[in-house]
Design a protein around this ligand. Structure first.
Ligand code: CVU
Ligand code: MN
Length: 594
């Protein structure tokens, strides 16, 4: 199934079968096995991984085995023509390190050296990794734990896992490259993440920055610069499907019925306009808006909203929620990534989480740590089960995808799935479990609609956040854990103390008893900013592999050591304390596109 979010060609995976170049016996005896390994890797990847639009990933194999520099150059040329963004070298034998290696500094690289005895594949692996390290081109080494026989064409499980982990992360890196972050508005309420760091986007992500003033929305609203046919369809769909909840505003601050009706229209139009601003729309070209129809090649956008916009116009909650979800009036589709409050660092984190898993993301404020004793004090009850040692309240006005309700299932358990796996019934459930409530007018004088839902419990999730530190640059933090559900009366008491018109997720991190994961409180206390992104699944290890590819150190995580997979060069910066080595390695190699 295709997504209708199209921006650019998808990066292919280039596979390089490296071989011992000696003819008259050695090379000839290895050709078939070596090419066989390349084909097996291509099969593994295309059968197990998809791009964000649901298409299986595409692999390109070099035309011949690579025995020396001429064949390495031919493979590089082919890869360039074919749009390869990732390189994987495979070999069962000894080959000539610096003569066969991939020298493109921008392609994430992995090497699988066959663990056999007849021919020394692992010796090549070690030799070529040394060459990559010496030349400052970090590469991921893959070496199976158990010896295989020369003729064995199976890829062992541990090798499969590393190939998949590497490729998933590399697809993210290659997909981000060349795309834009579109800032709609400027800095929201002094939030540092909305001070867009253009050097970070350019040097670490290979992205560019685009900016528009929010007055552009006024122009497009006034001149009807959007697809009116889609608007009518969207309006009908929303009126038919959405449940509009109670107005929580004090009588004197309530908006009139007329204002509320107009707010909904504007909210839907803002959604269409943002989509057009991000990725363009042929339909508006037909109306004479050719320039606008091109969009900004934006994979990620951020909407300032507060305060200049929301003090006078409906807030961005409706459009942020709809665009971040994996369905709308057009059916199922990949989410458009839209950060509330123009928090570009959380916007990028959403892109990392989305492109790693192909799922919709929940953008949230990290609002409150509830200790068991504080819960007892205000509710008279102790939290139980996973919540027994306290929990964190994730809640923000906009930007939480409707998928975040948890009303999708994997093996009968609450989940968030790639859009092409979501069923029509699950979409109905996500919609039925969400109320659209008039926005709090004390905060949002211009009205609008917030999404009120509570995330289902027992979902394995990871929260993550990119922070930016002067002198250090970007750092990533993450925490794997679970969503929890509280007893109804406990939920109500705690939720009503905040803004009950916003979506709530109760989160419990997995605790290790050490450092930032000493307890639930210490996770909250070590969070680096007001926002986080919640991604379905325990994907901390995937985030860490990806961060190392982007040379972004990870300052806080609760992933077991045996799941970490970073370039072989990282070990050269120390093997005892991998967190410290990560910082030194990232600093040493610097950003990918510097
Ligand atoms: C309404 C408020 O201004 C909220 O939007 C605020 O608490 C935030 O979300 C800050 O990140
Ligand atoms: Mn916020």
């Amino acid at each position: 199934m295709m997504s209708n979010r199209y921006i650019g060609d998808l990066p292919k995976i280039g596979i390089r079968p490296a071989i011992d170049g000696r003819r008259r016996g050695v090379r000839e005896s290895l050709e078939e096995t070596t090419m066989g390994m390349a084909k097996a890797v291509a099969k593994l990847l295309s059968e197990n991984l998809s791009y964000y639009n649901g298409q299986p990933v595409e692999c390109v194999i070099a035309d011949s085995c690579i025995g020396g520099v001429a064949e390495a150059a031919r493979a590089a040329e082919k890869f360039k023509k074919e749009g390869v963004g990732i390189s994987i070298t495979v070999t069962p034998c000894w080959c000539y390190g610096s003569e066969t290696m991939d020298m493109d500094p921008h392609l994430p690289k992995a090497v699988w050296g066959f663990n056999g005895t007849e021919r020394p594949g692992a010796v090549y692996l070690a030799a070529v990794l040394a060459a990559y390290n010496q030349k400052g081109l970090p590469a991921y080494g893959i070496y199976g734990e158990d010896v295989q026989d020369a003729g064995d064409s199976e890829i062992p499980k541990d090798v499969q896992q590393k190939l998949l982990k590497f490729t998933k992360a590399a697809i993210v890196v290659a997909t981000l490259k060349g795309k834009s972050y579109l800032a709609m508005g400027s800095v929201s309420m002094g939030i540092a993440g909305s001070i867009v760091k253009d050097d970070f986007f350019q040097e670490y992500l290979g992205m560019r920055n685009e900016y528009i003033d929010m007055s552009e929305f006024v122009r497009r609203l006034d001149l009807n610069i959007f697809d009116e046919e889609e608007y009518d369809r969207a309006f009908k769909w929303v009126k038919e499907k959405f449940i509009f909840g109670q107005d929580n505003n004090k009588e004197e601050f309530k908006r009139t019925d007329e204002q509320l009706a107009k707010d909904l229209e504007t909210s839907i139009k803002m959604t269409l306009i943002t989509k057009d601003l991000m990725v363009g729309n042929d339909k508006i070209a037909a109306k004479g808006w050719e320039e606008e129809a091109l969009g900004r090649n934006a994979l990620i956008a951020g909407f300032q909203g507060q305060r200049q916009w929301t003090d006078h116009f409906p807030n961005g909650d409706f459009m942020e929620t709809i665009l971040n979800s994996s369905f709308d009036w057009n059916g199922k589709r990949a989410p458009y990534l839209l950060a509330t409050e123009n928090d570009s660092l959380n916007g990028v984190t959403m892109a990392l989480g989305h492109l790693l898993t192909n799922t919709a993301q929940v953008f949230a404020d990290v609002r409150t740590y509830w200790s068991p004793s504080a819960v007892k004090r205000v509710t008279g009850k102790e939290p139980v089960g996973k919540a027994a040692n306290g929990f964190i309240h994730l809640i923000n006005s906009g930007s939480a995808a409707l998928d975040g309700t948890g009303h999708q299932q994997i093996d009968g358990k609450p989940a968030i799935k790639p859009f092409w796996e979501v069923t029509d019934e699950e979409i109905e459930q996500c919609i039925k479990n969400t109320k659209w409530r008039p926005a709090s007018t004390e905060y949002f004088r211009g009205g609008g609609y917030s999404t009120d839902f509570t995330t289902k419990g027992e979902m394995p999730v990871t929260i993550a956040r990119l922070n930016y530190v002067k002198g250090l640059g970007p750092v990533l933090q993450l925490a794997e854990g679970h969503t929890v559900e509280l007893e109804e009366d406990m939920h109500d008491t705690l939720d009503l103390r905040t803004d009950p018109t916003w979506p709530t997720t109760w989160f419990v991190p997995n605790i290790t008893g050490e450092g930032a994961f000493t307890d639930v409180y210490s996770v909250m206390n070590n969070w680096g900013a007001n926002h986080c992104v919640l991604t379905y699944g325990h994907v901390g290890a995937e985030f860490i592999t990806l961060a190392s590819m982007l040379r972004i150190p990870v300052n806080m995580h609760n992933v077991a050591n045996d799941k970490l997979f970073r370039p072989s060069a990282w070990n050269m910066f120390g093997t005892q304390e991998s967190e410290q080595a990560d910082f030194r390695a990232c600093q040493n190699f610097g950003p990918l596109y510097k």
